[in-house]
Design a protein around this ligand. Structure first.
Ligand SMILES: [Zn+2]
Ligand SMILES: [Zn+2]
Length: 779
């Protein structure tokens, strides 16, 4: 490879240069430096059971022996043990399932394998690998929405390795199981790739699609072994077991080789407030990343900056280009932006330019994460925590070429989770705690799924057990509602056609944002956020262009907008009420109570504020006329007695602000323990709640019936709340900022908030829970 750059800097030297930029700053932006050492790969011999033909096929691809974790997982699967392999990016998870699967296909000419992936791109990639192995008689094929009708019949009849996705399984294969009878009867393995992506409501749906698959295979007399591949996570076996409904053994020890990385955690400095009463803000992570990219390019380092949004990528690239051109005219040309949505040729051209050294800096969305093989960079800048550790390491893993040491820098955004992480390196580099959660017991998921199952074949009592609690109760309800009919042989779907079930349904159609003058569809906003984001008068940003909402038609789920650049922003205000329906589980910790249960939440967006851009000055508050929305969901909540709060030094007048601040930070930190987005959850705090009769903080799943997030928070409450406390306490601001207790989605305009007293509230809760940890060991 020709390389026109001559980087004289190792990662330590480069980091030193980047830090020097701060100049007079009193506090170093670098909060931690971790040196992740290189790891030698550990191979294992091919398992003795491997057919020589399969072994030869892998050898022809240059694979002389499997890594230890691949061999271990493959052998478990071959013995009929359901297994999940949860190891790092590029650790070769594919071989672990290809080995037993292909061995079965080669040694038994009738056997079949079903492979499920979350994306068509990944399935296509897997197909290419299988075809390259060139094994006779396997006839691998993808079967998805793009597969032409005429090919489908051939695939059903002849393919023995079918690659598809959960949607296709749900909409096509299971309803048409009769035509798949031969394939299902011979099914030996079900492979579930990237299984950590099945989370929340979607994950709960997929869990039942898999139970329907197990029921169908059982009817045809097969009992396939499930092999799952996952990113590293807190509880891979537990999550895989919830997903499949089967006992699953985990393999987590990664024996693949890896280059050394110097990993720095970086917190942008707090800026001097513009006026006395303005809240303090940090230098934005985008600006900070743009400057780091500039310095890296000046130093001749090939660097990629990852950022969450397309707009962010454009901002970083153009800011870096500008400063480079100011330093050396023409140098700006060596930086580009890269994002999903570019044409394939454009993407390839950018990749080539980066590899040749013609380009030195790239600002990218996560578009690079899947599929495209671009490695061998000197440095990776990560602008804001990408949400999961898996993504973080996927991005950091782009750095390092030819075994050279590489540099990765995580630049914290103005957000409590990012703040926590840059001050708690063990959460980034230690044992993962974040788990993939889903809730197959969600009645809003279970009901439609039971209907789908019944339409495939009548549901017997034994079937109901397969679907788990509360399937029996739901089935009886569906009978009462006239949806199913009970006969001696089971529950029957009695309607024409199939039930309409959307696996990704989150309660309500997404709202389309349409430019009124042109009829152009700009984008969609999910049903849940539509009232707050698209109310009449709202400013809606789309790829950096500002629009004003003229009309929100809830019936047709359309918002009409026109382009306008006002000098204000809009902030919706809402009123939320919550009542407790039942308590599923609780911990009595003296002055503190911790609860998990069902709640009814009503929410109404009632008005919005217009605020001047720059100063944040409130121009006016305008009323809105939007309907109340109701949500029955699952919540976790804690109560603290007023006496205990007073004893901790919180004055009664400060209860609301202290609880509110603790609620915001708690929601912000939940993604640390469960893979969710802060937008997936809601909260409510009050100095005296009618149902609990005490100062209370509620955190609830934002989807009907719950998605597993609140449940995970309940199960790991001490860990979650300790991290919340730390995030608040370690923030350098005086009275609360977006990095700790302010929330971008607060319906009360972040008022009142008391940062200092929030720490006291959480200390009180943690002290009490600490004394009752034994009772917390619920499953
Ligand atoms: Zn702060
Ligand atoms: Zn709030």
């Amino acid at each position: 490879m020709q390389c026109v750059t001559s980087t004289a800097f190792g990662p330590a030297e480069l980091l030193h240069r980047l830090r020097a930029r701060g100049g007079g700053a009193t506090v170093s932006p670098v909060t931690h430096i971790e040196r992740v050492p290189a790891r030698e790969g550990r191979t294992a011999p091919w398992p003795a059971w491997t057919d020589p033909v399969v072994r030869a096929a892998f050898a022809a691809q240059g694979i002389s022996a499997p890594w230890e974790h691949q061999a271990a997982a493959a052998t478990l699967a071959r013995e009929g043990t359901h297994v999940v392999l949860a190891t790092g990016t590029a650790s070769g998870k594919s071989l672990a399932y290809q080995l037993p699967a292909l061995d079965a296909l080669v040694t038994d000419p009738r056997a079949t394998v079903l492979y499920l992936s979350p994306t068509k791109a990944l399935a296509a990639d897997q197909l290419r690998n299988l075809v390259r192995l060139g094994l006779d008689g396997v006839r691998p094929a993808t079967y998805d929405g793009d597969t032409p009708r005429e090919e489908r019949e051939w695939i059903r009849q002849h393919s023995r390795f079918v690659l598809t996705n959960p949607d296709m399984l749900h909409h096509s294969i299971l309803p048409g199981h009769g035509r798949w009878g031969v394939f299902l009867r011979r099914l030996r393995y079900v492979v579930i790739d990237e299984c950590h992506t099945y989370r929340g409501v979607f994950g709960s749906h997929v869990a039942h699609v898999l139970r329907r698959l197990r029921r169908a295979t059982a009817r045809y007399g097969a009992s396939p072994t499930f092999v799952l591949a996952s990113a590293t996570s807190g509880d891979p076996a537990g999550s895989a077991s919830r997903l499949t409904g089967l006992p699953v053994t985990e393999i987590t020890s990664d024996a693949s080789p890896r280059g050394a990385i110097t990993f720095a955690l970086w917190e942008p400095p707090l800026l001097e407030p513009v006026s006395e009463d303005a809240s303090p803000i940090r230098r934005s992570a985008l600006r900070e990343t743009a400057d780091l990219l500039t310095d890296a390019v000046v130093a001749g380092t090939r660097t990629i900056a990852f950022v969450r949004s397309r707009r962010g990528a454009e901002v970083i690239a153009s800011a870096a280009r500008q400063s480079l051109d100011e330093a050396v005219p023409g140098l700006g040309d060596r930086v580009a932006a890269y994002r999903g949505g570019y044409l394939r040729e454009d993407r390839r051209a950018i990749e080539r330019a980066l590899l040749s050294g013609e380009l030195l800096g790239l600002a990218s969305t996560n578009a690079l994460e899947l599929g495209v093989d671009l490695t061998g960079l000197d440095a990776v800048l990560i602008c804001g925590y990408p949400g999961t550790r898996a993504s973080l390491w996927q991005q950091a893993g782009r750095a390092g070429r030819g075994g050279d040491e590489a540099l990765a820098v995580l630049v914290a955004r103005d957000d409590p989770l990012d703040t926590y992480l840059v001050h708690h390196p063990e959460a980034v580099f230690g044992r993962p705690v974040e788990a993939t959660v889903l809730d197959p017991g969600n009645p809003y998921v279970l009901g439609p799924q039971l209907c789908s199952a019944a339409s495939e074949a009548p549901l017997t009592d034994a079937d109901l057990e397969l679907f788990g609690d509360p399937a029996g109760e739901i089935a009886r309800q569906l009978v009462a509602e006239g949806v199913l009919r009970r006969r001696p042989s089971g529950y029957y779907w009695i309607h024409r056609g199939r039930p309409e079930v959307d696996l990704r349904g989150t309660g309500g159609a997404p709202v389309s944002v349409v430019e009124a003058a042109t009829g152009r569809l700009l984008g969609t906003v999910d049903h849940g956020s539509s009232h707050a984001m698209l109310h009449p008068g709202a400013v809606y940003l789309h790829q950096g262009v500002s629009y004003l909402v003229d009309d929100l038609d809830l019936e047709d789920a359309i918002a009409l907008v026109h382009q306008e650049e006002p000098d204000w922003t809009t902030h919706a205000r809402d009123v939320t009420n919550l009542s407790v329906v039942n308590v599923r589980s609780y911990v009595d910790a003296g002055p503190v109570g911790l609860f998990l249960g069902e709640v009814d939440v009503t929410n109404q967006v009632v008005s919005y504020q217009r605020r001047r851009i720059g100063s944040g000055e409130v121009i006016d508050t305008r009323p809105l006329d939007l309907p109340v929305r109701e949500l029955r969901t699952v919540a976790v909540w804690f109560t603290v007695s007023p006496k205990a709060l007073t004893a901790a030094g919180v004055e009664a007048s400060e209860f609301p602000g202290a609880l509110h601040a603790a609620e915001h930070a708690g929601i912000g930190l939940l993604p640390l323990i469960a893979t969710c987005d802060r937008w997936d959850i809601g909260g409510l705090s009050t100095a005296n709640h009618a149902d609990t009769e005490a100062p209370t903080v509620f955190v609830y799943d934002g989807h009907p019936g719950g998605a597993g997030f609140a449940e995970r928070a309940y199960g790991t409450a001490p860990e979650w709340l300790r991290a919340t406390r730390e995030a608040i306490a370690s923030c350098g601001c005086d009275a609360g900022c977006p990095s700790c207790v302010q929330s971008p989605k607060c319906g009360n305009g972040n008022n009142p908030l008391n940062k200092e007293d929030a720490v006291k509230v959480l200390d009180t809760v943690l002290a009490a829970l600490g004394g009752s940890q034994r009772s917390l060991s619920i499953s």
